[in-house]
Design a protein around this ligand. Sequence first.
Ligand code: FMN
Length: 307
Amino acid sequence: MAGNTNLAYRRLCRKFGAELTTTEMVSAKALQYADKKTQALLARGEDETPVAAQVFGSEPESLGLAARAIEARGFQVLDFNMGCPVPKITGGGGGSALLRDAERAAACVTAMVGATSLPVTVKIRTGWSDEEKDPAGFAKVMEDAGAQAITVHGRTRGQKYTGTCDLESIAAVVQAVSIPVIGNGDILDLDSAKKMVETGVQGMAIGRGALGSPWIFSQISAWADGLPVPPPPALAERAALLLELGEGVVDIHGEHRGMRIMRRLAADFFRGVTGAPQLRNDCRGLENLLQLEELARRLEQTSLHRV
Ligand SMILES: Cc1cc2nc3c(=O)[nH]c(=O)nc-3n(C[C@H](O)[C@H](O)[C@H](O)COP(=O)(O)O)c2cc1C
């Protein structure tokens, strides 16, 4: 997730059992120009395996070059973004704009598959809009183009992040293809994970549900393995996780940029605690690690107002 799933965040998710992590999306074109910001977005941990790099773009040739660059950087999977609804991305023909042009989307996937020995996976939404929507048909085209797995976010581009996740469309994709389907959208707790499993998906991708609560992975995997589901960590542990995240983000981006990233990431750790509005507000003013330590102390000392 752009702005969120940096290496430090992914480390927290893995600690709680996430089995495959993915970078923030990077532009295939920017990769060719060795853009500094793009390099930082692709920071990868030696201890992080398997990890996917996600790219976006709409030109087969530059995507082929990007595929090579991603392989050279040591990633294990290359994921292609065809879900992003942001006009800056769709305006250039990338992200979810490709859902309206299956032929071009297939050419992009074929170019990447031909350029790398890494498995190429794709991330889609159910369609462009309610009127322009054929998730099963589109997924089949992607499979035929060489995609080795497909993640489906159960919303159309038109919905952006509103409405609810369309589990029926995800189930239709499961029926249509023989590659693994990873279900995505609104998995916020065990109950929503169970509903996703009923679609027949082989895996689940969790985005917002892991922000500020990376332990969601351990709860879902314990349930899947038939083990007792662990409760959310106590506030002292959450405070330690928040600090660990902040220090990791500063390692990657330096204190100045790192704290700007943490202003948003830190706020999620205060969900459900007493005094959250003030604490979250104070996250917006984060300038340095000392202030983050102070916020972590306050997190430890507050209490949960709902369990
Ligand atoms: C701030 C933000 C950034 C996102 N960035 C990406 C991204 O870079 N690549 C991607 O595939 N999806 C991205 N997404 C979409 C999520 O991965 C996911 O598909 C969507 O939020 C629905 O799943 P969720 O309910 O588990 O969050 C982003 C979502 C948000 C809210």
